[in-house]
Design a binder for this molecule. Structure first.
Ligand SMILES: NC(=O)c1ccc[n+]([C@@H]2O[C@H](COP(=O)([O-])OP(=O)(O)OC[C@H]3O[C@@H](n4cnc5c(N)ncnc54)[C@H](OP(=O)(O)O)[C@@H]3O)[C@@H](O)[C@H]2O)c1
Length: 329
C-alpha cells in the first residue's frame, strides 16, 4: 500500500521528502541531487530542475559551481557589467561567491556588496583573511572590515588565505571566536597541502575546518594524489580555484575540450568545469566579469560528461601517479 502511494508521488516531491527525512538523495556521478533552494528570478527554467549539490561538514549544501572574484571591481570590465554578471550567476544557481580582503585591496568585496544588495539570503558568501590577520589581535577587525565592505552581518565561510606566517593554533582559536560571535558560520583554509591539513586536524578545534581551497584544473591534477582523498576521508569538500586554468592560461584552447564541447552542444569552459566537479566533492569557483561567460559556466551544472569523455580527458591530461607538491597562484 505504502509503495503504491510512493509510486504516484512526483519524483521531485519524493526527493524533497527524502531530504526532509534526512535520508540520502539519489546520486549522480557522486553528487547529492536535489531541487535547488532560494533560486528566484525569471531567467530560471533551471529552478525547476534538480541541481547537483556539494555538502559541507555542517550539512549545508551548495551547488558545485560558484563564482570567483579576484579581479572584479578593479576596472577589467565596467563595474556595471560585473555586477550584472554576478547577479545573473545568482539567477542561474551559482549561489556561492568567493572573495578575499586581498582582492583589489577590498574593491572586490565592495563590488560584491553592491551586487548582492537585497538578496543576501540567496548567497553563500566566502571571504578570506591574510595570514597576518589570523590571530587574536587582528582577526576581529579584519572580519569586521570585510563585513562592512560586503554590506552584510555575517560570512557563510571565512578562510585562512594561505598558511605562511600564521600560528595555526591561534588562527583556529580566532576563527572559533568569530563563529561563537555569529560573524562567520564556518571557517576553512586555502593553499594547505596534505601535511598542513594533518597538522591542522591535530590542533584543538582544527577538525572544525570546513574546506581547503586549492589550485585545481585539468592541467594541474596534483591534488588528486593525496590531498583530495584525505579531504574525502575527513568529509571535507575541496574548493577548486582557477578551474579554467586562471588568467592567461591556454587550457580552454585545447582541441579536445572543443571536441567534447561540440559533442554536447556546450563550450570548452563548461567541459572544464563539469570535469572539475565530476566526483561530487569539488566546488569550482570560476571567475568571470562578463554575463556571456557566466552563462556558459552555469551551464556546466547540467553538463554530464560520459565515460568516453572522461577517458579521453585522462589520456590528454593524465592523473598524477606520485605525490606532487601543491601548486599555488
Ligand atoms: N585561494 C587562493 O589563493 C586563490 C588563488 C587564485 C584564485 N582564487 C579564487 O578563484 C577564482 C577563480 O580563479 P582565477 O580567476 O585564477 O581563474 P579562472 O576562474 O580559472 O579563470 C578566470 C579567467 O577566465 C575567463 N573566463 C571565465 N569564464 C570563461 C568562459 N566561460 N569562457 C572563457 N573565458 C572565461 C575570465 O575572463 P572574463 O572575466 O572575461 O570572463 C578570466 O580571465 C578567483 O577569482 C578567486 O576568487 C583563489
Amino acid at each position: 500500500m505504502e509503495s503504491i502511494k510512493l509510486m504516484s508521488i512526483h519524483r521531485r516531491h519524493f526527493m524533497q521528502m527524502l531530504a526532509g527525512l534526512g535520508l540520502a538523495a539519489p546520486m549522480q556521478r557522486g553528487f547529492a541531487v536535489s531541487p535547488p533552494t532560494g533560486v528566484l528570478s525569471a531567467d530560471h527554467a533551471m529552478a525547476e530542475r534538480p541541481t547537483k549539490q556539494v555538502i559541507f561538514p555542517d550539512g549545508r549544501k551548495v551547488p558545485p559551481i560558484g563564482m570567483g572574484s579576484w579581479h572584479l571591481g578593479q576596472g577589467r570590465h565596467a563595474d556595471k557589467e560585473e555586477i550584472t554578471a554576478l547577479q545573473l550567476g545568482l539567477d542561474l544557481g551559482l549561489s556561492l561567491i568567493d572573495t578575499a580582503e586581498m582582492y583589489g585591496d577590498g574593491q572586490s568585496e565592495k563590488l560584491i556588496g553592491r551586487a548582492i544588495e537585497g538578496r543576501r539570503d540567496q548567497v553563500f558568501l566566502v571571504s578570506k583573511a591574510y595570514p597576518w590577520h589570523a590571530n587574536r589581535l587582528m582577526i576581529e577587525r579584519a572580519c569586521n572590515e570585510s563585513l562592512s565592505r560586503l554590506a552584510t552581518d555575517h560570512l557563510d565561510l571565512y578562510l585562512l588565505h594561505w598558511r605562511f606566517g600564521s600560528l595555526l593554533g591561534e588562527a583556529v582559536e580566532s576563527f572559533e571566536r568569530l563563529k561563537s560571535a555569529g560573524k562567520i558560520l564556518s571557517w576553512g583554509v586555502s593553499n594547505f597541502d596534505t601535511d598542513d591539513m594533518q597538522e591542522l586536524f591535530e590542533i584543538g578545534a582544527g577538525n572544525h575546518c570546513a574546506t581547503d581551497q586549492v589550485f585545481y584544473n585539468l592541467g594541474s591534477r596534483g591534488t588528486e594524489f593525496a590531498l583530495q582523498p584525505w579531504c574525502g576521508q575527513h568529509g571535507l569538500p575541496v574548493m577548486a580555484y582557477s578551474p579554467l586554468g586562471g588568467s592567461g592560461s591556454h587550457l580552454l584552447q585545447h582541441p579536445l575540450l572543443a571536441q567534447i564541447a561540440r559533442k554536447h552542444a556546450s563550450s570548452s569552459a563548461a567541459v572544464a568545469l563539469a570535469w572539475a566537479i565530476r566526483g561530487g566533492q569539488v566546488i569550482a569557483i570560476p571567475e568571470s566579469g562578463t554575463p556571456a561567460h557566466i552563462r556558459e559556466n552555469a551551464s556546466a551544472l547540467s553538463l554530464n560528461l560520459d565515460d568516453e569523455d572522461i577517458e579521453a580527458l585522462d589520456a590528454d591530461f593524465p592523473a598524477p601517479t606520485h605525490p606532487v607538491p601543491l601548486e599555488t597562484r
